[in-house]
Design a protein around this ligand. Structure first.
Ligand SMILES: [Cu+2]
Length: 270
């Protein structure tokens, strides 16, 4: 288990913006009235056929919600990290040159920064195309845990007057994905998120900087707030596998039944 290299960041729930896909082009477009008519501008390209393992989004009628809380009953505490570089920026408010790692954020037994998601839903509400922004601010990543969407993008931002980089690794297999250099304050660089899964984010200039982006394959994913709560909405009726992932405590799952327009509840405990 990792111990001392994580940095402290406030949890931030990503607000999901619902960008609907354009409707499929109509197939009954009337033919041009006269053969001599100039070629009409090419119509919208036909939608690419979805691969068998690709999520299909469309408005959900009678979608339900899944809400609940994630709690932690163990004794493990967050760890401290030592600030060894760029102290004026990285530790402006520190009394001593250390901060909390931010990897275990518990308040009243409720666990923040856990990702709750529905791994098996392949057909449901339109896929999120929202860009997830990860800020390098005070030599911490903000947010510490975020949801990204496969096929959308990540925007790495540098709010500090020192060099950072935002280095993405797919946690499974520790595969190097992309390394975004951010030498300039105010810089924002966007990159596509092509693969689903847990992405570990590091800064090579400040070894304690750590964040996670959960790249979801469908729009049903949320990060638990400081009160441990989460909400998934627009969920198709039926029985669903619900998974919860936390960077320190791993993964759990449960089944939940969602009635049409119903409100299902499920709580998780580590
Ligand atoms: Cu850095």
């Amino acid at each position: 288990m990792r111990t001392t290299t994580l940095c402290s960041i406030a949890a931030l729930l990503l607000c999901s913006a619902c960008n609907k896909r354009p409707p499929a082009p109509a197939e009954d477009t009337p033919a041009p009235a006269a053969p001599a008519a100039p070629a009409a501008p090419a119509g919208q390209p036909a939608a690419e056929p979805a691969a068998a393992d690709e999520y299909q989004g469309a408005p959900v009628t009678g979608g339900g919600t899944i809400t609940g809380t994630v709690s932690y009953g163990g004794k493990e505490k967050d760890t401290k990290v030592i600030i060894t570089k760029d102290e004026a920026t990285c530790c402006a408010a520190c009394k001593v040159k250390e901060k909390m790692a931010g990897s275990i954020v518990v308040s009243g037994g409720k666990l923040a920064n856990a990702v709750v998601y529905l791994p098996d839903v392949m057909k449901g509400k339109p896929m999120e195309k929202a860009t997830v922004t990860l800020d390098n601010n005070g030599c911490e990543f903000a947010p510490h845990v975020a949801i990204g969407y496969k096929g959308a993008s990540i925007a790495a931002k540098n709010s500090d007057p020192v060099l950072h980089n935002t280095h993405l690794f797919l946690s499974q297999g520790n595969k190097d994905l992309v390394n975004i250099a951010l030498p300039t304050q105010g810089q924002i660089v966007e990159k596509p998120l092509k693969k689903g899964g847990v992405v570990s984010v590091k800064c090579d200039a400040h070894e304690w900087m750590q964040a996670y982006v959960f790249v979801a394959n469908n729009p049903y994913a949320a990060v638990s707030g400081k009160d441990g709560s989460f909400k998934l909405d627009g969920v198709p009726a039926g029985e669903h596998m619900v998974k919860v992932w936390h960077e320190k405590f791993g993964e759990k799952d449960a089944k939940v039944k969602v009635e049409a327009s119903g409100a299902a509840k499920i709580d998780f405990a580590f």
